[in-house]
Design a protein around this ligand. Structure first.
Ligand SMILES: Nc1nc2c(c(=O)[nH]1)N[C@H]1C(S)=C(S)[C@@H](COP(=O)(O)O)O[C@H]1N2
Ligand SMILES: [Mo]
Length: 528
């Protein structure tokens, strides 16, 4: 008796599983694109996973993959699903029912994930259920073709082989390879067409949404022009105002929430005298102010990129709260986004006279979807996770002692003012420069206190005062620069800032958890 290439039959079986999963995901992608993109099984499971992820892992992801963290998660998810699918394909050889059940279970898990998303509707399970049905049918088809090819004696539709030497599994003659290939091509084609169509549909919808860029009213209280010289325009130093497309993005949303401004309502309730509900038009009817405010993420490492400056347009958040009438016992503003993220902001910080905004515009345009369209909070001086809720739909006055927010329930600090920080942007780390006159330059920030001084030292020598560029207000960063006579050799450049209340950045490196990193940024360069 000859055993015919069992390796080949296993490979084919695993491929059957993969193709079935591909068809399932393709169908689901199309269904989700036509209804709600975030209900696709991969995105639903990915989003649920993000919320279940322990803080350290999320931290690690933000630190390691930065703005790519979400793509990395999706890639890992695809690999896990592929491994499952291959295993299901292999299991189908002996246990076809069990394998079909496995695929359906995967679909059910995704359906539960879709239902678990904030703001979900019962119909959100459809893409995942469709995936389960398509996957199970495709697996059935593929399995039948596989049987005919590799184990025709096991195919229920054929007469059972008679005689004592019933061939072993996968040992039958290769009778119908072409049928297997044809079925595989059909399933693959279905997966590609459905998945591709889904992509095209969601891309078209995104472009359409971005195309209807709203034109906002002019501010009744515009920001003064930037003081001359705020932007040093040095090569290697970023611009003073960060273009929105380059603005760092940090959030837990796997897909950018799309919140139509026509449907948007902001509810202010909780410990207030008069709960209010405001539409987007209600907001635009109020006096609009424009402010220059620099934002920072608590996850920013010393010298890191999660800081950006923009000119924000919005309404006075304190005014809104006063309209609702904040009760004396409320100390926390618990805001919630359309995708269910929550944020706890100290009431006192918003009411103390600083330019806290409910922002609708960024750098002269409506907020980009990734930065919170149609409205977000901005509170100068506080890290984003305690102040900057994007896609905000709810503001609840409450008490820190009674309710916790997304990150504070994961151990991050309740009170998180931005720490005084500075960074060297030129020269770049490990740059090679020519000996002679050189410029060291960068940014420093201490939002709401203001940067009073920046000092630089070379190779642990004496600290030298850098020259500070002007800034429009204490809520923004400041650029700085210093001339340096570069001498041949390797050098360590270090920077530290002092804020306007006299606090100088401490030297020890402290990680971002739980309330922001500290330490001096340093850069090593080689002078030739
Ligand atoms: N809805 C929502 N808003 C959010 C977040 C989020 O995860 N979801 N992240 C916050 C954090 S941690 C930061 S640092 C800022 C970042 O704002 P940006 O992406 O516009 O730069 O948004 C804040 N607002
Ligand atoms: Mo953040």
């Amino acid at each position: 008796m000859t055993v015919k290439k069992p390796a080949k039959s296993s490979l084919a079986a695993a491929t059957c599983g993969l193709l079935a999963a591909g068809a399932a995901l393709g169908a689901a992608e199309l269904a989700a694109a036509l209804s709600k993109p975030q209900t696709g099984p991969l995105l639903a499971v990915g989003s649920a996973f993000i919320d279940l992820t322990p803080a350290w892992l999320k931290d690690f992801a933000i630190r390691t993959f930065g703005g790519n963290d979400k793509n990395v998660l999706l890639l890992v998810l695809v690999i896990v699903v592929a491994a499952f699918a291959a295993a299901i394909g292999l299991a189908a050889r002996r246990y076809p029912r069990l394998a079909g059940g496995g695929l359906i279970s995967l679909g059910l898990v995704a359906a539960v994930a879709a239902l678990s998303r904030p703001g979900s509707a019962p119909l959100d399970v459809l893409p995942s259920l469709l995936a389960a049905a398509v996957g199970a049918s495709a697996l059935h088809l593929m399995h039948r073709a596989w049987l005919r090819t590799f184990a025709p004696h096991l195919d229920a539709d054929r007469p059972a082989p008679s005689g004592p030497d019933r061939p072993a599994l996968a040992a039958g003659p290769v009778t119908d390879r072409r049928e297997l290939l044809r079925t595989a091509a059909t399933v693959l084609g279905f997966a590609a067409v459905a998945g591709g169509l889904g992509r095209v549909v969601s891309a078209t919808r995104d472009t359409a949404a971005a195309g209807v860029r709203l034109v906002l009213p002019r501010p009744s209280d515009p920001a003064p022009p930037l003081p001359v010289g705020s932007d040093l325009h040095l090569p290697g130093l970023g611009p003073f105002t960060t273009p929105s497309k380059d603005f760092y993005r940090v959030d837990t949303a796997l897909v950018v929430p799309r919140v139509p401004h026509q449907d948007w309502v902001l509810r202010i309730h909780g410990l207030v005298d008069r709960p209010v509900e405001l539409t987007f038009d209600d907001i635009l009817a109020r006096p609009l102010v424009e402010r220059d405010i620099t934002m920072t993420c608590v996850s920013n490492e010393v010298g890191g990129p999660y800081v950006g400056h923009a000119r924000w347009l919005g309404v006075d958040l304190a005014d809104l709260l006063r309209q609702a009438g904040v009760r004396a016992d409320a100390d926390q503003i618990l805001s919630r986004s359309a995708d269910g993220w929550t944020c706890g902001t100290p009431v006192q910080a918003v009411l103390d006279g600083r330019d806290a905004l409910l922002a609708v515009g960024m750098n002269g345009e409506a907020l980009p979807p990734a930065h919170g369209f149609p409205a977000r909070m901005i509170v100068p001086g506080l890290y984003g996770y305690v102040s900057a809720t994007k896609w905000v739909t709810e503001i609840k006055l409450t008490r820190f002692a009674d309710e916790r927010a997304y990150w504070t329930s994961r151990g991050w600090a309740e009170h998180a003012p931005v720490k005084t920080a500075s960074r060297i942007e030129m020269p770049k780390p490990f740059a090679r420069l020519a000996a002679g006159p050189a410029t060291i330059a960068g940014t420093a920030w201490a939002q709401h206190r203001g940067v009073a001084a920046v000092e630089v030292r070379v190779d642990g020598g004496p600290w030298r005062q850098a020259r500070l560029a002007p800034s429009p207000n204490p809520d923004t960063w400041r650029q700085w620069h210093l001339d340096w006579q570069a001498t041949p050799g390797d050098h360590r450049l270090e920077v530290r800032a002092t804020d306007a209340v006299g606090h100088t950045q401490p030297q020890p490196r402290v990680a971002p958890f739980p309330d922001g990193a500290t330490g001096w940024h340093s850069v090593l360069v080689t002078v030739l």
